[in-house]
Write a protein that binds this ligand. Sequence first.
Ligand code: MF3
Ligand code: CO
Length: 236
Amino acid sequence: MRSAGKVASYILNELKEIIKPGIATIEIDRFVEKTVKAHKMKAAEKGYCGYPASVCVSVNEEVVHGIPSKKRILKEGDIVSVDLVVEYKGYMADAARTYAVGNISEEAKRLIETAENAFFEGIRFAKEGYRLSDISNAIQNTVEGEGFGVIRDFVGHGIGSDMHEDPQIPNYGKPGKGPRLQSGMTLAIEPMITQGSYEVDVLQDDWTAVTVDGKLSAHYENTVVITDGEPEVLTL
Ligand code: MF3
Ligand code: CO
């Protein structure tokens, strides 16, 4: 999982240079394919429950599971969320970032930063001695404190030899509930947040989740290992 995480974070870092006005979202998919192959790894999203691409690319009001396309051209002012799972020797690392396409509004910047901040506020509780929903609660408080919404229909998850393992990790909830965190647990913690309402619809393609009100959404995800001290983040 550490090896897979390194490649995932390398890809997400390189994408800062690749994502700019005028590129098609399929180019992100091509870069992911090429890079995982060069490292003798796999893009585990491809074929997962029939998902047709190697990476999820969600633009503006798209929340998660957007399908890369040669027809979708990014333009100045867009924000784009990229979510990928790298597999190495049967083990997974899952991570996502939201990128600015050229110059974006101050509000869009604040949305992107809040998703990232919420992750880091959440993992203050990602250690032995806390319960799972302590993470959830810290994420919700951070996001709602900025006046943004927390997605309910999608959640973080355990991860290991399967992409999605128990437990589910909502980005909302009261503290002090759920399983006690133990050393060695591996979790994908992933605030998915909205500028307006948290209600989502799924498009006709059966994958792309969009905000019902058409407002922006941002996503920030890392795979972390619980320890008795600070968590180890595998995808930074
Ligand atoms: N990476 C996503 C997650 O964070 C899962 C995507 S599944 C796919 O849980 F099939 F859409 F790729
Ligand atoms: Co993911």
